[in-house]
Design a protein around this ligand. Sequence first.
Ligand code: FAD
Length: 431
Amino acid sequence: MSTDVIVIGAGLSGLACALTLRDSGLEPLVLEASDVVGGRLRTDRREGFRLDRGFQVLQTWYPEARRFLDYERLDLRPFYPGALIRTQGRLHRVSDIWRRPLRLPEMLGSPIGTLTDKLRLLGLRRRCLKGDLESLYGRPEQTALERLRALGFSERMIERFFKPFFSGVFFDPDLAVSSRTFEFVFRAFALGDTALPALGMGEIPAQLAARLPQERVRVGCRVARVQEREVITQSGERLNARAIVIATEGRETARLLGEPQPSASASRGTTCLYFGARQPPIAGPFLILNGEGRGYINSLLCPSNLSNHYAPPGYSLIAVNIQGADHNPDALETHVRGELKGWLGHQVREWRRLAVYRIPHALPAQGPPVFYPGNRELRRSHWLWTCGEYRTAPSIQWALHSGRRAGVEIAQSLFGKPVAHTLGNPHPVIE
Ligand SMILES: Cc1cc2nc3c(=O)[nH]c(=O)nc-3n(C[C@H](O)[C@H](O)[C@H](O)COP(=O)(O)OP(=O)(O)OC[C@H]3O[C@@H](n4cnc5c(N)ncnc54)[C@H](O)[C@@H]3O)c2cc1C
């Protein structure tokens, strides 16, 4: 079997790179250390439940997701556009009034922020939707928290809405992420649905991998070293190709390149506690956020309210998300149950713990400076490329984008291949 390009890692970036190379008539070989493709996007099956490895969602607006994925076949199940926020002992609904205009009176009357805050949301939305992505990433930069304060949002709005919502996106309770990253993500929430595939987030990489011939993706194959146009696997096998792409997570990319490891503070961790219950604690496709300003819980949701494939018949799946990853699982469960009892009453006693996912390097820290990920140099030498989050932005959008970009560059510069503009996806790409 001849191989033009070896791609190390079958996360979204590696799979997007391999698909782009094949689209250009080249033969990539993907080497994946784990037993399944997907990298950070995986869904485990346990006792009839589907457990995503940490709470994550697909934002359907992502231009690259629309380019690569067949949304219909993913059978996407959208969340309610907004959230339920627990504050002062009660739940309050916050809605995206562009998609739920009838909720305007409720929004205006809610204690989540002042009336002026709600008007300021209009300005923030306008700002986040203006211009193309490159210009968005070129704006003057500060932290997200500084930007929200500069725009005049009240501390109440920041504590009750922005912090619980966006700290769950960036795993950064202080909103110290770049205002550019924040505005990009705000745009994604404003312009599309936030959804789960009916069979779990792992369906996203599975759909991409299914378009590659089986023999072109080798799982259970860890690459130990990379040298000129050659990779050496952990089992000692040597494989050659004209180009090599490292599409691993940032820390592993640094190791394979022989570069210093990023410090511990360069990444953000998260923990997801799964419970099984006979009854869901809430009805509907809601994300519940902790806007109390204290406690362990960041958010809670019932994936089985969105898709009944997430739980066996007669059961519900509950996911509770917590900041950080260095918790003792048993102690954490005790704390979380105590907190949940205050929220939901004694029903919590009947819940059964299914799993605790602790993910220490879930995302890189995204404090300033952050630059437009589409301009980041991916080529490392005449035969070596990197893609994925290494020194650039994470997310489904940017993982797919960097993988595609690496594939296009290799096909054009090394093999002189023309690259098709689309990958056979009917969804138009609108930025
Ligand atoms: C809990 C959590 C929640 C998230 N939420 C969201 C969200 O809601 N929306 C969003 O857009 N993004 C989210 N993200 C980020 C998004 O999942 C990632 O940015 C994206 O999946 C990264 O893809 P990747 O291909 O760059 O890297 P990875 O997914 O890390 O893939 C790298 C692959 O390389 C393999 N590998 C590593 N070393 C080797 C080796 N030596 N040899 C062979 N293979 C190797 C790994 O096994 C892995 O499969 C979240 C991430 C996490 C962890």
